[in-house]
Design a protein around this ligand. Structure first.
Ligand SMILES: Nc1nc2c(c(=O)[nH]1)N[C@@H](CN(C=O)c1ccc(C(=O)N[C@@H](CCC(=O)O)C(=O)O)cc1)CN2
Length: 286
């Protein structure tokens, strides 16, 4: 078997085109969705992701405000800035690029963002709303993964989804999202015994561990859907996922590549959440 490669790049292009048309219609009603992105410090990867967010906003017509600070900014200054953005009616989404410098408490920062503007979907209120099946902002990477699977018309209900990884940004919420779609979900992590036995049972295997080439074909059931969330930079400068792509594609039915798989959907779903937030603010129905 040779797997079908799910191109996140192609899906992102298609979704962004639809969003561009939607934003144009909103603008006819005088509504301009606005996103504020706060970037702290000089981490090159964070700078590159934020650049991608700005470009994405420009592509679909979202007003974007990039606020940059040196790593010496105090926690209090950052919290005050978030307070101001919470009150700003031209801003419907607020995002603080992670990770933050060590002297700033990430939890405090996330909780300071109004849940109604938390387009990252990281605020405990949005997590709680998602868990209880209420209207919520869904974290962008998990949302992108769900969209990718749904757009391939892959059945989710009744399927066994195995998630490797339990981060608050990806692992935990992605499992919850698939549970909401009536999948049976198993979480695996660094303390899981017999990992291979678990992953071999997966109809849909989602790998989010952040270890280059961690999962080979012997971990994958024939015909499974393999979603690789890892973005690992090798010493050669090359990017690679958590899954050994060349091996896994021999046994899987579907597989996402790195780069060009889940990554492009992360920014795309952020744009989606920002438009959604503006629509909610102005009472526009979807
Ligand atoms: N506030 C947030 N911080 C972070 C998030 C987040 O969702 N919100 N996620 C990651 C970083 N991230 C977006 O911020 C992100 C990661 C990867 C990609 C992406 O498109 N990856 C490409 C490869 C890009 C490259 O060449 O380096 C791919 O996989 O094809 C986009 C966004 C942590 N921080």
């Amino acid at each position: 078997m040779t797997a079908k490669i799910i191109s996140g790049k192609e899906i992102a292009t298609q979704l962004r085109q639809e969003m561009k048309e939607e934003v144009a219609k909103l603008k006819e009603k005088g509504i301009v969705p606005g996103l504020a992105v706060i970037l702290i410090g000089d981490d090159p990867a964070s700078h590159s992701y934020v650049k991608g967010k700005k470009k994405g906003c420009e592509e679909v017509g979202i007003y974007n405000r990039l606020i940059e600070h040196p790593a010496t900014i105090t926690e209090e200054q950052l919290l005050n800035e978030i307070d101001q953005l919470n009150e700003d009616e031209s801003i419907h989404g607020i995002l603080v690029q992670l990770p933050l410098p060590k002297h700033i408490d990430e939890k405090k920062v996330i909780e300071r963002i109004s849940p109604e503007k938390d387009v990252d979907g990281f605020h405990p209120i949005n997590i709680g709303r998602m868990m209880t099946g209420q209207e919520a902002f869904i974290p962008c990477t998990p949302y992108g993964i769900l969209k990718m699977v749904q757009l391939q018309n892959i059945e989710i209900e009744g399927k066994h989804v195995v998630v490797i990884g339990r981060s608050n940004i990806v692992g935990k919420p992605v499992g919850q999202l698939f549970l909401n779609e009536n999948a049976t979900v198993t979480y695996c992590h660094s303390k899981t015994k017999n990992l291979k036995e678990m992953t071999k049972q997966a109809d849909i295997l989602i790998v989010a561990v952040g270890k280059a080439n961690f999962i080979g074909k012997d971990y994958i059931k024939e015909g499974a859907v393999v979603i690789d969330v890892g973005v690992n930079r090798l010493e050669t400068g090359k990017l690679c996922g958590d899954v050994i792509f060349e091996e896994a594609k021999e046994v899987a039915a579907y597989i996402t590549p790195v780069p060009g798989g889940v990554g492009p959907l992360t920014i795309t779903m952020l744009l989606y959440n920002t438009i959604e937030s503006a629509k909610r603010f102005y009472g526009v129905r979807s």
